[in-house]
Design a protein around this ligand. Structure first.
Ligand SMILES: Cc1ncc(COP(=O)(O)O)c(C=O)c1O
Length: 274
């Protein structure tokens, strides 16, 4: 079982949405990517909460929660170690070519990911950089600027981008959050900057760091703060806890705290997914 559209299994080669769907035409839709460990989803509830929040901001209808949960679990069970993408499209809004909004749940393989990351800081003037944006915390399909930033960084020999404001404040990666270890504590950009409320970040800050007795400071930090850090991390459902070893031309060391945090995160995952 790899693709469900509105809960109905569709053969991969035939799976599709209308070309009139605003999800395709305008990036009008929202999504989540949930990690499955041997078929068991990690923090599905938190992902579905965030999806509901995104959909509410965009005015997109969400299928009943038990249905979405069932679809996601069924795809995960069949997929083993994989990621499950859940997306809600806006549907076709032009009355002449209307198309029903769709809920798509699909299996995706885990792509080989680098063990460590080298990030290129790039200005992201489109980023809301404030929680006063009406689109705060929306994980929408309009990810073109984020994805193009990653491509630009890769074209210059880096693994990914690090998004910063035009004023030089650290935000997040195009698809991940960042944190760093400095002076024995963990620092990370505050959600008030308009960055995505990452579920991995929440687990790391609220559960993994306390296990290690590591205090956390959320704030508004210039890039220099990350450059001076002892260790740095990229955080996401897909990347989990991945050490960052370079920010631009500046090398960051790979120290013991990153490893301890990654191990603590893994323990939390194993306790929950078995
Ligand atoms: C912009 C952005 N920041 C952070 C994250 C990490 O979020 P999570 O830990 O919930 O996967 C993502 C995930 O896709 C993202 O797109």
């Amino acid at each position: 079982m790899r693709v469900l559209i509105d809960g109905i299994e569709v053969p991969e080669a035939e799976a599709g949405i209308s070309v009139f769907d605003w999800g395709l035409l305008r990036g009008f839709g929202c999504f989540e990517v949930v990690r499955a460990y041997h078929g068991v989803l990690f923090r599905l509830g938190a992902h579905l909460d965030r999806l509901a929040g995104s959909a509410a901001v965009l005015g997109i209808q969400v299928p009943p929660r038990p249905a979405l949960e069932g679809w996601a679990r069924a795809v995960a069970r069949a997929g083993g170690d994989c990621q499950v993408r859940i997306l809600l499209t806006g549907g076709g809004r032009d009355p002449l070519v209307g198309a029903a909004a769709r809920a798509v749940v699909l299996w995706e393989p885990l792509l080989p990911a680098p063990d460590v990351l080298r990030l290129l800081p790039l200005e992201a003037p489109w980023h809301p950089a404030t929680d006063r944006s009406p689109f705060y915390a929306v994980k929408w399909l309009s990810y073109a600027a984020n994805m193009a930033s990653g491509d630009r960084a890769r074209a210059r020999g880096y693994d990914d981008a690090l998004l910063i404001t035009p004023g030089g404040l650290v935000l997040e990666g195009p698809t991940f959050s960042v944190a760093w270890v400095t002076g024995g504590h963990l620092e990370t950009p505050a959600l008030g900057l308009g960055i995505l409320p990452s579920i991995t970040r929440a687990v790391l800050l609220g559960e993994a760091a306390p296990r290690l007795g590591l205090s956390v400071v959320e704030g508004v930090f210039p890039l220099s703060r990350m450059l001076e850090a002892d260790e740095a991390l990229a955080l996401s459902t897909v990347k989990e806890v991945t050490p960052v070893v370079a920010v631009g031309e500046h090398a960051v060391s790979r120290g013991p705290t990153s490893g301890a945090l990654a191990a603590a995160f893994r323990e939390i995952v194993i306790a929950e997914t078995g």
